[in-house]
Design a protein around this ligand. Structure first.
Ligand code: UFG
Length: 340
């Protein structure tokens, strides 16, 4: 029997890629999104890639009745919860917006899971929970650090909500995936990242600069204690990241979890500095990027990358694409958007 996976925030960057991989792995997928941070570009792209229309429900996960109705209308075997705000800086200025949306939406999902007598719940968490790590690479046992933004706080709180609910409510099982830096786009160039306004994240800023929508990329700080002075991150290809979700959902629905609540790092284990990433983008796409060194961005950690061993061994998943392939895909997507 086919299993049904509900993807909240399924029209967004990560949600759309996960939807494609789930559907291609044989799952029935229900997409739900309030479209507050995206248009229907990715939903249309998903349908085009799959060659069929997937069920789409426009709804807000902060609306408890709507969430309950959704669970009543579909037999949900697993839910992947993406629907959340994610701009770190904005969360500092508008904490209540973040607490209300990110916490309430997840509480409603957990309540619906409890009411139906259990469900497999996958929460999209973040490496932000590790803060500035004392030891690198970080494993799932590395301590969480106090969050430096309300956004980070909501990720930690939602992990705890899930863990507590798994302990309290029979049949509720949970996995938190801690993403490092998801970048890139689907190889079809039909779905990808669609930042609203000026991008906060590095790769969309790079591609928008290359296409001419932004004048110049600012590299935030070149005086960090790293080889080239710029910060290091673990950039993970979006399709690789999406496949980790398929592995995690399958582990849950097939009853192969070792604990009822599990955490996995989803990263490559490969640190890349900002300058290295910029150079790789220029090289693989054969272009020159206009960039300058700018002051440090407040709140940035110097370096963080994953030890992905646990996910490799337990999920049977491994990041496969090179950073060059991923940056070529990101550029193809930007050109697709520009109609070039
Ligand atoms: N950077 C620049 N110029 C830019 C944008 C970013 O130099 O215009 C640098 C940043 O200073 C940082 C690196 O590029 O050193 C990566 O920055 P991103 O904003 O792309 O990503 P972050 O590592 O800051 O944050 C990401 C997600 C968060 C998540 C965090 C977890 O955006 O949601 O990873 O570690 F919480």
């Amino acid at each position: 029997m086919k299993k049904t996976v509900l993807v909240s925030g399924g029209a967004g960057f990560i949600g759309s890629h996960v939807t494609v991989e789930l559907a291609q792995a044989g799952y029935d997928v229900v997409i739900a999104d309030n479209m507050s941070n995206c248009d229907n570009t990715n939903y249309c792209g998903v349908c085009q890639i799959l060659g069929k229309k997937l069920p789409f429900i426009k709804m807000d996960f902060c609306d408890e009745n709507a969430v309950n109705n959704l669970f009543a209308d579909f037999k949900i075997d697993a839910v992947i919860h993406f629907a959340a705000f994610k701009a770190v800086g904005e969360s500092v200025n508008e904490p209540l917006k973040y607490y209300r949306n990110n916490l309430l939406s997840f509480i409603n999902v957990l309540e619906a899971a409890r009411k139906q007598g259990g469900c497999n719940v996958l929460f999209s968490s973040s490496a932000t929970v590790y803060g500035e790590p004392e030891e690198l690479p970080v494993t799932e046992k590395s301590p969480r650090q106090p969050a430096t933004s309300p956004y980070g706080d909501t990720k930690q709180m939602c992990e705890d909500f899930l863990h507590d609910c798994v302990r309290a409510y029979p049949g509720v099982k949970g996995i938190a995936l801690r993403y490092f830096n998801p970048i890139g786009a689907h190889p079809s160039a039909l779905i990808g990242e669609l930042p609203r306004g000026v991008p906060n994240n590095l790769v969309p800023f790079i591609t928008q600069t290359a296409i001419g929508r932004r004048e110049c990329l600012s590299i935030f700080g070149d005086d960090y204690p790293t080889e080239d002075g710029t910060c290091k991150r673990d950039y993970i290809d979006i399709v690789d990241l999406a496949k980790a979700h398929v592995s995690a959902v399958t582990r849950m629905v097939e009853g192969r979890m070792k604990e009822d609540y599990e955490i996995f790092n989803v990263g490559t284990g490969r640190p890349v500095s900002v300058l290295e990433l910029v150079n790789a983008f220029e090289k693989v796409n054969n272009l020159k990027l206009n960039y300058k060194i700018a002051p440090r961005r407040p709140g940035d950690v110097v370096a963080i990358w994953a030890d992905p061993t646990l996910a490799n061994e337990e999920l049977g998943w491994k990041a496969e694409r090179s950073v060059e392939e991923t940056l070529a895909a990101a550029w193809a997507w930007e050109k697709h958007l520009a109609g070039k």
